[in-house]
Design a protein around this ligand. Sequence first.
Ligand code: MLT
Ligand code: ZN
Length: 481
Amino acid sequence: MDRAPFSAAVREQLGDSGWLDRSEIDAALVDFRGVFTGEAVGMARPASTDEVAEVVRLCIEHDVAIVTQGGNTGLSGGAIPTDTVTADERPRIIVSLTRMREVEDMNIARGTITAQAGVTIEELQQRAADVDRLFAPDWGARGTATLGGAVSTNAGGINVVKHGNMREHVLGLEVVLADGRVWDGLRSLPKDNSGFDLKQLFISGEGTIGIVTRAVVRIHPRPALQRIAFVALESLGTLNDLMAMARTTSPGALSAIELIPEVGVKQVVERFGVQRPLDSAAEWYVLIRFDSMQDGVDGGDRVDDDLTELLASAVSAHLITDGVVAATDAQEANLWLMRDELTATRSFGGFGVKYDLAIPPDRIAEFIGRAESLVDGIVPGALSFAFGHVGDGNLHFTVLTPDRDDALLERAAPELLGSLDQLVWEFDGTISAEHGLGRELRERIAGQKSDVELDLMRSIKRALDPDERFNPGVMLPGRHS
Ligand code: MLT
Ligand code: ZN
């Protein structure tokens, strides 16, 4: 196909800043880790919902497929077009929503923000903080990840244990559909049982059935202060009891609980030249955050007392061997560094098998033990590296071969993935907790879902995107999987 009439048509509708040619979009054709690459004929950059709808209509007219992209911080490849565009395949474009970055309304009485899809998570957090409220979704890529991407992947992060993932934050959505119509579901009602809750399909839909253009999201009262503690576990076997104790010591206060391995602490300490959080070393650590909703000295004293009491009780019960409560902002930042920098491929470089799995939280120790010996049996000497949101049973489990040839791990990857997938399912778990399926898990997910479930998913796709215009090659397994 001659691309010129299509790009000229987009330019005519959106203006010069609304279209980038292939030569200008290299950065959008690879994810930030360099794991997924792809091709597209160019990028449309609409600045409004009407312009998104116009782009979809032009794509219908010119038979072009669409891959929607927000901040390009995804870890499953859902926003990167597939690798090749063969002659008989439809050309595809990226539709970037990063020009749609307005916070349109802050409504404190309703506890909502209405914003366009390209607004970053950090900006929503900041805008909420400006009016003494909390926009709770939070993870390492907050400065670049966008609202639209977070909605489309039902993103999670460190605050899920208290506030839930994106799904719990979205009250209303506006979506451009595959036929170019706009669905205005921008309601802000906590209760609405007027038929199917359609927004839930687009939340975690990964851009396969519609383009999320605006959302109404919840904000919460902001904690007056927060304190974090970093503790060394007696062994991984004490994690469950520690989690239970953290929940009951100060009901409602627990707002983050993250597992961190010694191998991660060592990496971060060496790489950033920071102090070890504790003098003693253990195999596993847990970062615990308590919120205080109370203002003033009372609130501060209370949360400090509660965390100190938790640490003392946990030492007496032989759950932990050591612990520290951050006393200054600098100490706190240092402790968070131990967690934020754990994205293993960032710390270690090279090829790694990476999971975003979830299992019932009470089975984490048992799972890690089984997974580590499984890895050892397949790639002796490989390093298993688990960290993450243990309050939700969500582990980022990575296998690496530090200082060794990546080729060994790459060769073993199919067997490793097959066995680990089975193990996750044996534990009644999922191989995608908060990163979505994207391109990475599209085929593997077929092993987790029944024919009935896959059939329902395909029916939804057929109903909402019968021409398969949106995000080809993402999320849904191929027909014969
Ligand atoms: C995190 O929790 O840091 C993110 O999910 C990223 C990752 O899995 O590495
Ligand atoms: Zn995570």
